[in-house]
Design a protein around this ligand. Structure first.
Ligand SMILES: [Zn+2]
Ligand SMILES: [Zn+2]
Length: 259
């Protein structure tokens, strides 16, 4: 599998995933033009795209969806409620395949398992994407991770996990208090500390790559996210040495990552 996080953050999210037999996008929250430009920067393109998997309806995940579906004709895989809430922004002719939590299904040579996340959306999902015996776990836009999901998401080869905000920067920011509480709530986003703590529980001997995702532009920095990860791992007497750590960004696609 080849993976590029094309954009990540509150102004737009899109991730490109290509296996031997299929190509998909998780979210299309930047313009179709930007998706193509950023893929081109990494010497890839949307040729052979088979689907867009949509985590939830927020505009930072759907901004480029209409054009992407219109121009490529691929179906949208998302929750029933999410689909209902975005039907108006989709082109007239398109297919929708509903997702159900914890129901794995074959998608070409991949096994995809939607997992429930906790977010202030009508419905929201993360994904386990398995190729052979290797797994990519993709989780953003969630206030917390369900303990019961741990066995399924432990010891994956790659984690794309939300590290949205630094708690100090968030509460020092000029944002209105209700918004700070919303972000920090169980239906908001994962902080750097949350992501780091969960990763101490999840990584294992198979884990190679950690991508910290969906960073807030005002309340986080790549350095801050890395420092927190380092501090929390040290506190749990774990080493980050075995892992390639990438902080995804709003404006620049990540390098091409191989599973
Ligand atoms: Zn988002
Ligand atoms: Zn969201």
């Amino acid at each position: 599998m080849e993976i590029i996080v094309l954009a990540s953050g509150s102004k737009g999210n899109a991730t490109y995933i290509k296996s031997k037999e299929t190509t998909l996008l998780i979210d299309a929250g930047i313009s179709f033009r930007q998706i193509n430009l950023r893929l081109e920067e990494r010497k890839h393109n949307l040729e052979g795209l088979n689907a867009v998997f949509l985590t939830h309806e927020h505009s930072d995940h759907t901004r480029g969806l209409n054009q992407t579906i219109k121009r490529t004709g691929v179906p949208v895989y998302t929750g029933k409620k999410t689909y209902k809430s975005i039907r108006d922004i989709l082109p007239l002719a398109h297919d929708h395949i509903p997702l159900e939590a914890d129901r794995p299904f074959m998608f070409a040579d991949l096994i995809i398992t939607p997992i429930k996340t906790s977010h202030d959306a009508v419905e929201s999902y993360g994904f386990i994407i398995q190729e052979g015996d290797k797994r990519l776990v993709y989780i953003t836009d969630t206030g917390y991770l369900e303990e019961t999901a741990f066995p399924k998401i432990k010891n994956a080869e790659i984690y794309i996990i939300e590290a949205n905000y630094d708690v100090g920067l968030l509460f020092d920011s000029n944002r209105p208090y209700y918004l700070k509480k919303r972000i920090d709530s169980v239906k908001g986003h994962l902080s750097n500390d949350d992501a780091a703590y969960y990763l101490t529980r999840l990584v294992g001997d198979k884990t190679r790559t950690i991508i910290l995702a969906h960073p807030s532009q005002e309340c986080n920095t790549a350095a801050c996210a890395m420092t927190t990860l380092d501090t929390v791992f040290k506190a749990y007497e774990k080493s980050l040495d075995p892992y390639d750590i990438v902080v995804a960004s709003q404006h620049t696609p990540t390098k091409l990552i191989h599973l």
